[in-house]
Ligand binder design. Structure first.
Ligand code: HEM
Length: 509
């Protein structure tokens, strides 16, 4: 072929592609919105099938450009070739909650469970309602979570155990193990992140399971931390070589859980009511051994994934606001009637310490990244827009948590007294740190109490200071949050952003 011919040919191809693209773009973003005015407008993108917008941008709907473009109306976005609806307004979120059948959460739970190894066959056993029954197995299980964790006798039982274990662990004599980086006798250098994780996950494990779990899985806490550190890879379907640590920690924990499930009930007498009924109900459902292990692990993870990260952030904020820390100590001190190393009076701590509650809530608001997901089962109108069957919708709660109309002009800043100044905020429809509706986190009561207990006890029993100077782990700046992907709960610090602290026992007074 002559050079001129080949140039002509390339120009023809380019022209055809450009014309095709222009036609697609004009149809998609100009003609189609005019024809389908009742449907959510789509955020324009240049290349079909490309990830037009990251989940990060999506969650930061507070981002002014998007707010200006769509206001409070539902809008659509294409991610990896899949068109999703985004529901930005708190009122429309309530409308979504009111339509649990047409806007269904189950497909999302099934997808999550499949990441743990739960097969389609098991999922259908869990989610199918049998003839003559009004609820499926999963709905009954969610009822059981609520029975155990909503206020009442059963919550009191696990909560007393949980808070008791925190009280027991947070003492100088037990500050040993992998969180201690240097031991200088009466002063230790400690990883705050590991310390938070060890104390909280251990207390939760002991509150819900019998101690026999540690005999069957002695490395449970260390393996769980590896799993959690690697868990961001879960939604990505990465190749095996990239998920070695994730898989090996999962296998290790599962082997322990498998041995635990083989014990007779008499060999694990301190199982909570919830674990006992979960195990019995899995037997009744006729699940295979591996499938039971995966269900149990998925529960272990959901109960343990957030609270320890939250206490890490709370203590970090306090360390960077020393005056606030002193003010808080003055507030909580009366709870420690028999001295600062004594067990606190819990009713004083939970009912008479508004600053403690407000700080915990404010840090929860700033570091939490929950997203609600639903699948549209039949065409539905939300916010005056028609949502089409088969598509997914997202409710980016974090964006609501930064709405200046609700949280004030300083919504992006840390304001420790925000929840004291405006008491209605904690129950405001724009504040959804634990999600909402039928799947509203049942652990929210116990979670709030354990983080308050941890914070108060840690402040009273230890003198904690930031490590000065240069070098790895030494911090002169506040730890950076890993905001590359929303976790669905409390975000982790970025790699290398742990806070390394110097710890001494506080003088007994
Ligand atoms: C700071 C700590 C915690 C945070 C921020 C948190 C947050 C959340 C969020 C955002 C959801 C999803 C709700 C939705 O989709 O609408 C959830 C679900 C859940 N959480 Fe929590 N959670 C925490 C602690 C706990 C604890 C301590 C437990 C148990 C001991 C727990 C048990 C559960 C369970 C079982 C679900 C699933 C509920 C369902 O699907 O019906 N959570 N949590």
């Amino acid at each position: 072929m002559l050079v001129g011919d080949s140039t002509n040919h390339s120009a023809q191809i380019f022209g055809a592609v450009a014309a095709g693209w222009l036609g697609w773009y004009t149809w998609k973003f100009f003609i189609s919105p005019l024809l389908y005015r009742d449907e959510p407008k789509e955020l324009p993108y240049l290349i079909p099938c490309k990830i037009r917008i990251s989940l990060l941008d999506l969650s930061l709907y507070a981002n002014n450009t998007l707010r200006k473009r769509f206001g409070n109306d539902p809008w659509a976005v294409t991610i990896m070739g899949e068109s999703l609806y985004v529901i930005p307004s708190a009122e429309d979120v309530l409308a979504v909650y009111r339509a649990p059948k047409t806007l269904d959460f189950d497909p999302f739970i099934k997808e999550m469970l499949s990441k743990y190894g739960i097969t389609a066959e098991t999922a259908s056993k869990m989610f199918d309602t049998l003839p003559g029954q009004t609820k499926n197995w999963m709905e009954t299980m969610i009822e059981n979570f609520k029975t155990q964790m909503h206020p009442g006798e059963k919550l009191d039982h696990v909560q007393t155990r949980l808070l008791g274990f925190i009280d027991h662990s947070l003492v100088w004599g037990r500050l040993h193990g992998r969180m201690v980086l240097e031991d200088g006798g009466n002063e230790r250098v400690v990883s705050l992140y590991n310390w938070s994780e060890v104390v909280i996950v251990d207390a939760q494990t002991r509150a819900f399971f019998d101690d026999a779990l540690y005999k069957e899985c002695p490395d449970l806490l260390a393996q769980f931390q590896i799993y959690e550190d690697e868990a961001w890879k879960l939604p990505m379907d990465l190749p095996d070589f990239a998920t070695k640590a994730l898989r090996s920690s999962k296998i290790n924990i599962e082997s322990g859980l498998r041995r635990y499930l083989k014990l007779s009930r008499d060999e694990r007498p301190n199982d909570s009511w919830l674990i006992d009924i979960l195990c019995k109900d899995m037997d009744k459902l006729g699940l295979e051994e591996d499938q039971k292990v995966y269900v149990l692990f998925s529960f272990y993870r959901v109960m343990n994934a957030n609270a320890y990260k939250l206490v890490f952030w709370i203590i970090s904020y306090l360390l960077f606001h020393p005056q606030l820390m002193e003010e808080l100590k003055v507030e909580i001190e009366p709870a420690f009637r028999d001295g600062n190393h004594s067990t606190p009076d819990l009713s004083f701590l939970f009912d008479s310490c508004p600053l403690l509650a407000s700080i915990c809530e404010e840090v929860l608001r700033l570091t939490n990244w929950p997203i609600g997901t639903r699948t549209v089962q039949t065409d539905t109108i939300i916010g005056g827009k028609k949502l089409r069957q088969g598509r997914k919708l997202l409710m980016p709660y974090r964006a609501m948590h930064f709405d200046p109309a609700v949280f004030g002009a300083d919504a992006t800043a840390f304001n420790p007294k925000r929840f004291i100044m405006k008491k209605t905020l904690v129950t405001h429809k724009s504040y959804r740190p634990f999600g909402g509706a039928a799947h509203y986190c049942p652990g929210r009561y116990i979670a709030r109490r354990e983080v308050q207990m941890f914070t108060a006890v840690m402040l009273m029993r230890f003198e904690i200071t930031l490590l000065e100077g240069e070098g790895p782990g030494n911090r002169s700046h506040f730890p950076k949050m890993d905001d590359t992907l929303p976790s669905g709960g409390i975000q982790v610090p970025s790699k290398g952003e742990d806070l390394i602290v110097r710890v001494r026992p506080s003088k007994a007074v």
